[in-house]
Design a protein around this ligand. Structure first.
Ligand code: 13P
Length: 251
């Protein structure tokens, strides 16, 4: 009932030529994939270039961020509407790097999420605890706040288009993946939160991705967990061979 989703977050990497090469290799080598949804999120400047490369393939386009206004005097910002115009279907919202480096709050993230949905796009809401929060037993509290405040004012109907990504901050770019058990425990807790905030149906149908050092050598174990519906991948999404292996995970 929940179609697996493997998403590559390219972060601040790849020139236009590099992005074109990677996108074309993915489009060619993943042309036959139907059972898994595939998404790539290049930098803003590469969106239309990548869109052209993946046009006739199953690979879909995401942006890494947006601003919660349609148009106006917001120098340097990009709106969901313009990202849709550029070919995006998904937008990553509230990545921990933006929370930490740009000071994004749950309230601001919630505003973005609502605008993304209004534009007819699908938000991938990132949540996750820091190492210090985990070690001081605040993990569940942090996840609860991020889910409740991040998804404030949304209806069960909206949730059909929302994807959640659990990315423990201590596992991002560190090579330290959460163990299968740690990831499953957090995912199951998040699904329980969705049941409380929305309905059992929403909890059952919402996809929850795991992110944080997902690699070809650990993807199979993670994807075998009951509540893990996919992956949001940084480093290993930058190499065609690795990302292709992730999409072709084995259960
Ligand atoms: P890594 O896969 O490089 O740890 O990054 C994870 C991430 O932040 C994806 O959004």
């Amino acid at each position: 009932m929940r179609k697996p989703l493997i998403a590559g977050n390219w972060k601040l990497h790849k020139t236009l030529n590099e992005a074109r090469d990677l996108a074309s290799s993915l489009a060619e080598n993943l042309a036959d994939v139907e059972a898994v949804e595939i998404v790539v999120a290049p930098v803003f400047t590469a969106l239309t270039t990548v869109a052209a490369e993946i046009k006739s393939s199953p690979v879909k386009l995401a942006a890494q961020n947006c601003y919660p206004e349609e148009t106006g005097a917001f120098t340097g910002e990009v709106s969901p509407l313009l990202l849709k115009d550029a070919g995006c279907e998904y937008i990553i919202i509230g990545h921990s790097e933006r929370r930490q480096l740009m000071g994004e709050t749950d309230h601001f993230i919630n505003q973005k999420l609502i605008k993304v949905l209004e534009a007819g796009l699908k938000p991938i809401l990132c949540i996750g605890e820091t190492l210090q929060e985990r070690e001081t037993d605040q993990m569940l509290e942090v996840l609860t706040t991020q889910v409740k405040d991040g998804l404030a004012n949304l209806s069960a109907t909206h949730m059909a288009n929302v994807v959640i990504a659990y990315e423990p901050v201590w596992a991002i770019g560190t090579g330290k993946t959460a163990s299968n058990e740690q990831a499953q425990e957090a995912h199951s807790f998040i699904r329980g939160l969705l049941q409380g905030v929305f309905t059992p149906e929403v909890a059952l149908s919402t996809r929850i991705l795991y992110g944080g050092s997902v690699k070809p050598n650990n993807v199979d174990g993670l994807m075998a967990q009951d509540d893990i519906d996919g992956a949001l991948v940084g480093g290993a999404s930058l190499k065609a061979e690795d990302f292709i292996r992730l999409v072709r995970f084995e259960k």
